[in-house]
Write a protein that binds this ligand. Structure first.
Ligand SMILES: Cc1cc2nc3c(=O)[nH]c(=O)nc-3n(C[C@H](O)[C@H](O)[C@H](O)COP(=O)(O)O)c2cc1C
Length: 455
């Protein structure tokens, strides 16, 4: 079996996907405000052979029909929520190989300010950095930012324009050899090799020089997760890693095939986009013991908090099924929030799927048993779906990561599924045949040649 990618799914909050699990006796996520929480996590992840840690993010919190229920604060559902970018430099400082990915929104960030933060993090991590591009589904954010709510597909049109400007800033403003740091001649940078960019797009406009000198990768590794029609086209055009989710291997296989076919249609190679699917692991000596352990974790899930979380992401209030027609299928629902979480349940009836969603949150694939069995199951899953890797959602921190490092990683290494990560940039570790920069077949390349053009 060839090595697969393992990422850790994180958030700068106390609950990740299972609302209520913050109160589990082993849980230390309440320490998310402490630097040492993040630095020791980074060291454990590197020891465990993780390729990267991904910090999900969104501004906002559950706010349905003008109301934020008390349970949101009682159970810390998406709030409090600290800035994920700021914990990356300390984590990078204590690791050599671990890479980092973080979410930033094309709907709410400003392209220029965002590009500067991306370049700064790419510099400070030595090129071990990725950006998860999201269009932000939570509607309360428009109120927090004092903006009109932008309809779903238009958010993707804005994202296209955001990317076009981002590429010009990161790729087109400074030549590779612009920075001299020549102390003898006392010249820091050659002015002839720094150019103004001009972007007059349908949504964004910028004229002038980019603030940052070229970072190791220039554009960080691009991640994406939208599964709507608009989201898939966007991912196929821009993303280098696409996050998927699903229990059903056929469904995931179709998603993998679809993203690869779309990438080829967009003029990229089939292997230009890696697919990584979310995973939860329950490790125990036997399957029965693992099932007991899973029940023990899930006993902490708070259903009203879970419903609030789901409603924030999808616009569907599972606690008010009577208003929705519980016999309707998910595929009949269209919301302006997210399409993919809803589409995943397709022909299931709301009433039937509700219990599962409330209990498991966003956990779809859960693999249980002794380490060797877990490795075997994951190998079968890779074989059946064609995914390139997994994003591990821990139950408790740091226990889930220690368990991975001490028990699961050795079994994965024995099965040939976990290789030692190289040092160097994130992009080169994912695509060893290419360099640290995006390839010529990627749309960012155009920004290198036409940086000075007005679009
Ligand atoms: C593993 C994973 C991680 C995600 N992380 C984020 C995130 O950090 N922030 C966010 O707003 N959405 C996140 N999403 C949601 C997607 O980015 C996307 O917004 C959502 O699936 C809606 O897609 P659509 O607009 O194409 O329907 C994540 C989805 C998955 C599967």
């Amino acid at each position: 079996m060839k090595p697969v990618i393992f990422g850790a799914f994180e958030i700068n909050q106390v609950n990740l996907t299972s609302q209520g699990l913050w109160a589990h006796p082993d849980q230390t996520t309440y320490r998310y405000k402490e630097l040492d929480y993040w630095t020791s996590m980074a060291k454990t992840l590197e020891r465990g052979g993780f390729h990267f840690v991904f910090l999900a993010d969104s501004y906002g919190y559950p706010h349905i029909k003008g109301l934020t229920k008390p349970v949101v604060f009682e159970q810390a559902v998406e709030i409090p929520n600290n800035d994920p970018m700021l914990v990356i430099p300390p984590m990078a400082a204590v690791t050599e190989r671990l890479c980092f990915a973080v979410t930033a929104s094309t709907t709410y960030e400003h392209p220029y300010a965002n590009a500067r933060r991306l370049a700064t993090l790419d510099h400070l991590t030595g090129g071990r950095f990725g950006w998860n591009v999201v269009t932000t589904s939570m509607s309360v954010v428009s109120e927090l930012f004092g903006k009109e709510l932008i309809p779903h597909d238009e958010r993707y049109a804005r994202a296209e324009d955001f990317m076009a400007l981002t590429y010009k800033l990161l790729e087109g403003s400074w030549d590779d050899d612009a920075v001299l740091v020549d102390k003898e001649r006392r010249v820091y940078a050659d002015p002839a090799k720094v150019r103004e960019i001009h972007h007059h797009g349908p949504y964004h406009r910028s004229d002038g020089y980019f603030d940052c000198e070229p970072s190791p990768q220039r554009t960080p590794v691009l991640f994406q997760a939208g599964l709507s029609e608009a989201g898939r086209s966007f991912g196929a055009a821009h993303a280098e890693v696409v996050f998927l989710q699903g229990r059903d291997t056929d469904l995931v296989r179709r998603q993998v095939d679809d993203i690869r076919a779309r990438a080829v249609k967009a003029g990229r190679s089939e292997g230009a986009v890696k697919t990584v699917t979310t995973l939860s692991i329950v490790c125990a000596r036997s399957r029965a013991e693992a099932e007991r352990k899973l029940d023990e974790y899930l006993a902490y899930v708070n259903y009203p908090a879970s419903a609030a979380y789901y409603s924030a992401m999808t616009g569907i209030d599972l606690e008010a099924l009577e208003e929705l027609d519980p016999d309707a299928t998910f595929s009949s629902i269209q919301t302006e929030e997210t399409r993919s979480s809803v589409a995943r349940h397709g022909d299931e009836k709301l009433r039937e799927a509700a219990d599962h969603i409330l209990r498991y949150g966003m956990r779809e694939l859960i693999v249980m048993g002794p380490p060797a069995e877990i490795a075997e199951r994951l190998a079968e899953y890779v074989e059946a779906t064609g995914v390139d890797g997994f994003l591990l959602a821990p139950f408790t921190v740091p226990a889930s990561y220690d368990e991975f490092a001490d028990e699961i990683a050795p079994a994965l290494r024995d099965a040939g599924m976990l290789a030692e990560q190289p040092t160097g940039t994130f992009r080169e570790s994912l695509f060893p045949d290419g360099g640290p920069r995006l390839p010529e077949s990627h749309p960012a390349h155009a920004a290198r040649a036409s940086g000075a053009g007005v679009v």
